[in-house]
Design a binder for this molecule. Structure first.
Ligand SMILES: Cc1cc2nc3c(=O)[nH]c(=O)nc-3n(C[C@H](O)[C@H](O)[C@H](O)COP(=O)(O)OP(=O)(O)OC[C@H]3O[C@@H](n4cnc5c(N)ncnc54)[C@H](O)[C@@H]3O)c2cc1C
Length: 299
């Protein structure tokens, strides 16, 4: 029998003598079980990190991904998206030798906002039943921080808060305005050939939000992308900020994704081992197979 408990937040893990015994919800209800799989995704990554600290589990820093969402006319990306729904393009910047990549390409889609505990960031989606004239995608810069820094999630949130502070939410800027060193305004956005699909973004100046390194990297990659999809580096290209991926701490795990606490597994984006739907699903299968193996009666 499987029982689902939706809309029930887990507050803590119950652990005794190095073995997991269950979970406790925010309402104080306790659920006991031989195995616990924790998969709280990116929104719960910070919670998992604090739980890990309380339980004395070591966390390793994953690189943090920070960037912008780019919106262009769908026709600009058509040659790519018609043959590959989600082209994954990787670029190493000349200025800093940073790795950048395109992420979550949304052909004929819409730019949307995401809220992480009150911090607004951007993302993109395509819908089966409605299409826009635009395609959007993220350009993310990966940074692996070194000692003594241990809080990449807090860093990402800090940058997102800066954007929220200056714009009251999400900021939008035309690439041409960014290149000319001026803010975008409602009038300038209205003159853009690309009409924003996220209507409530505030025109502003992203150079007040993103550190120089990220901005220089992203501008370089837009130049490079223009060679394979002419029109990406146009003054009417829209940039939304900021996009951050909060899966930035990883617990020390065995090959079957078990923590140092016996029978406590973690998988998916929150555990820091995956960064997308297919990997997250596959990581669940790895854990399930291990549990089945342990439960099989010994011959
Ligand atoms: C807008 C958007 C677009 C995306 N587009 C793509 C895409 O195009 N391609 C792609 O591969 N991936 C995409 N992703 C990423 C993909 O959704 C994730 O990689 C995947 O869902 C991660 O799976 P998961 O099982 O780790 O977490 P999830 O599927 O997010 O499930 C985690 C669940 O845990 C719950 N939770 C968190 N904390 C607690 C707690 N303390 N107690 C109880 N429950 C808790 C959450 O509410 C959530 O329901 C997108 C994500 C978003 C948000």
């Amino acid at each position: 029998k499987v029982e689902f408990k939706p809309k029930t937040d887990v507050k803590g893990l119950i652990v005794k003598n190095g073995t997991v015994e269950g979970v406790e919800t925010v309402n104080g209800e306790k659920f006991f079980g031989k195995y616990v799989i924790v998969a709280p995704s990116r929104s719960g990554a910070e919670w998992l990190q604090s739980e890990a600290q309380a339980l004395g589990l070591k966390t390793l820093n994953n690189p943090i991904d920070v960037g912008l969402r780019v919106e262009v006319l769908a026709s600009v990306m058509e040659d790519l998206t018609s043959v590959l729904y989600e082209p994954k393009l990787i670029y190493y910047s000349k200025s800093f030798d940073d790795q950048l990549r395109t992420f979550c390409v949304a052909p004929y889609g819409e730019v949307i906002t995401e809220s992480y505990n009150g911090v607004l960031t951007v993302n993109g989606e395509s819908y089966a039943e409605r299409k826009t004239e635009n395609t959007n995608f993220a350009i993310l810069v990966s940074t692996a921080f070194t000692e003594p820094f241990k809080e990449p999630i807090a860093y990402g949130k800090y940058l997102a808060r800066l954007s929220n502070l200056l714009s009251g939410g999400v900021m939008i800027q035309r690439l041409g305005d960014l290149e000319s060193g001026r803010r975008s305004t409602h009038e300038r956005i209205a003159r853009s050939v690309v009409s924003p699909t996220l209507k409530n973004a505030t025109p502003g100046d992203l150079s007040f939000v993103l550190p120089y390194r990220y901005l220089a990297d992203i501008r370089e990659m837009l130049h490079a992308l223009d060679k394979i999809a002419p029109g990406i580096h146009s003054r009417d290209t829209l940039l939304y900020g900021i996009e951050v991926k909060f899966y930035s701490s990883r617990l020390q795990l065995s090959n079957c994704l078990e923590t140092k606490i016996h029978n406590l597994f973690t998988n998916g984006d929150g555990g820091g081992v995956t960064r997308g739907l297919v990997q997250a699903s596959a990581s669940g299968v790895i854990v399930a197979r291990e549990i089945i193996k342990r439960e099989k009666p010994k011959a």
